[in-house]
Write a protein that binds this ligand. Sequence first.
Ligand SMILES: NC(=O)c1ccc[n+]([C@@H]2O[C@H](COP(=O)([O-])OP(=O)(O)OC[C@H]3O[C@@H](n4cnc5c(N)ncnc54)[C@H](O)[C@@H]3O)[C@@H](O)[C@H]2O)c1
Length: 429
Amino acid sequence: MNRRQFVRSGTGAASGMLLLSKKAAFGYQANSAVRHGLLGCGNRGTSVATSFSQNTTAQVVAVADLFADQLAAGKAHFDKVNADLGRAAIDEKLVFHGPHAFEQLVASPSVDLIQISTPPFFHVQHLEAAVASGKHVYVEKPVGIDIKQARHALEIATRVKPTQSVDVGFQCRSAPPIAAIAERIKSGTPNGGALGKIASVTGWYFAPASKEHPGSDPQKKDEYRLRNWLWDRAISGDILVEQNIHIVDLCNWLVGAHPLKATASGGRNILTHAGDCWDNYQVEFTYPNDVRFSFSSTQFGDYGVFDAGLRLFGSNGMAAVPYAGPMEIKGAQPWTWQESAGTAQGSGQFAANGSFLDNLKFADRDKERTFIDSIVNGPTHNQIAAGVETALSCMLGRMAGLQRREVQWDDLLAHGENYELGFSVDRFA
Ligand SMILES: NC(=O)c1ccc[n+]([C@@H]2O[C@H](COP(=O)([O-])OP(=O)(O)OC[C@H]3O[C@@H](n4cnc5c(N)ncnc54)[C@H](O)[C@@H]3O)[C@@H](O)[C@H]2O)c1
């Protein structure tokens, strides 16, 4: 199977969107609540589900988590969110605890939409169960941390029913300033092609170190790894696959392709805490037409540095696409997102839960509204294969770095790494 077939094979008939009669396919009244079940009541899961509640007709009616303390905090939080919105508290029967909580949640007839916000290692396992249930699914990035999981996710993508909507948590594409500049950069759109022939891209993601989970006990080795999963390559995918993936996703989307090969370096120069994730990566990706993407990232320190974005250079112009700072095109067709004009690059506030200010301020809101609209009115989405394509792009850079050699896409698919957890979560029953 060549690289295109691999990525596209997961898309099947539902790769794009399917136009269906709203009444026949969806059965929702325009204003009735989409019953929302949250799997993984941590930072991001809580933030996204709260935003769904505040910005859409979704209502959190069920919560599930491996750990009792996380679950209790999630239940209390959403009881308050629901009370503030004049809605009922979560029924105790819809509070699911333990390693099989995800199976109980997806089996519940009282839930329409499953939000998967567990650590990356579990995404594909949980996606499989959620898709099999026939419910709608919002799954966080990355869709898979290794080749085995990526292949599995592509199989799952073929099982998504025309009536199901499945979104992947790449909310940056939905941020209004990014959506607006993308319309100008991408060729083939009515206003597109403003940069002319794209020659090269530079991208960066500089973020503070992730902190130790409060109260986690290093003596309880497996639980400590799970609680501090951001430090652990097998559970997170490493910083390139877990965090930097947003910038690689934007590059793939704006260039309109995935990288064909990569060389990379990096390491763990500063961090001394448990785990094996690197704290810096330098990757040189090559895309079709010899477009080069030079990407640099760090994730260490606690001195207030947070800056992410990319710049694309073409024959007719340069586009700046930062999380914070001027969102603009310079050159033959100059353009600026007005609200970003006077802001400074890197001035954005770091948010471990992904809810940023500045250019990403409305990213979650608009992503969630579009997703709920796909459920209520159609056409449905199936973003699994696109999510896998971006995850594989990051795995390409990771493998090039870890193996200190140039890695081609086909080589990645044939010989890419596979990771194991090394223990069963059943022990947390
Ligand atoms: N899109 C974004 O901008 C963005 C931002 C931050 C995090 N994320 C993603 O969101 C996901 C969650 O990140 P987080 O920061 O909320 O992590 P977190 O550690 O705060 O929360 C994870 C939750 O999942 C639970 N959990 C762990 N294993 C489980 C299992 N097997 N079954 C059920 N529950 C389990 C944990 O107890 C915890 O409550 C990750 O995939 C991360 O990459 C996305």
